[in-house]
Design a protein around this ligand. Structure first.
Ligand code: HEC
Length: 157
């Protein structure tokens, strides 16, 4: 009698549990899909941030334009101005005697590609073989390369 009762209440509980288990597994599946989507959204945000040159630790969005402009110029001043000059005219202190000379980045004429953002980025990443223009991929972060490429495009306008 006792064991019969225990057995039937066990069955009853198991039947009650069945829909709960199914709901749980649906919730788990939905959560895992959400997680995947969030991963995609995050990757997209990181990529947009990279293109804007604001990196991962973006803080304070009060004056984003100014901050981005300053960052672009800072990357150029620190890495490129020795050859290309502060203003990008190809007249930096290390330009003397270089053959070919550092490009004037302000004249909107391009020798290493069609001057598109993509072509400029490619030259900055991989350099111009056989010249003093080295590739910067690995030295600069992808975000810094995106920032300085945008800066070069602004100079060329
Ligand atoms: C050691 C000197 C030197 C430094 C530093 C340097 N460059 Fe250059 N750069 C050159 C030279 C020389 C050329 C010309 C290459 C050619 O004619 O093929 C050039 C060409 C370029 C071009 C191609 C221009 C065109 O007409 O197609 C771009 C863009 C460029 N540099 C951007 C940069 C950026 C951005 C940096 C900093 C991250 C940088 N350079 C740092 C020497 C330098």
């Amino acid at each position: 009698m006792r064991s019969g009762l225990a057995g039937s209440s066990y069955t009853y509980a198991a039947e009650l549990q069945q829909p709960v288990v199914e709901t749980n597994s649906r919730v788990c599946q939905t959560l895992s899909e959400l997680h995947t989507h969030l991963g995609e959204v995050r990757a997209e945000l990181v990529s947009v941030a990279g293109r804007l040159g604001i990196g991962r630790r973006a803080d304070g969005f009060t004056k984003p334009g100014e901050r981005i402009a300053r960052r672009r110029q800072a990357v150029f001043a620190a890495n490129c101005a020795t050859c290309h000059g502060e203003g990008g005219r190809g007249d930096g202190p290390a330009a003397t005697g270089l053959e070919p000379p550092p490009a004037d980045l302000t004249d909107n004429t391009w020798t290493t590609g069609d001057g598109s953002l993509q072509a400029v980025t490619n030259t900055i990443e991989h350099g111009s073989p056989g010249t003093a223009m080295i590739g910067w991929k690995g030295t600069l972060t992808d975000a810094e390369i995106a920032a300085v490429a945008a800066y070069v495009k602004e100079l060329g306008r």
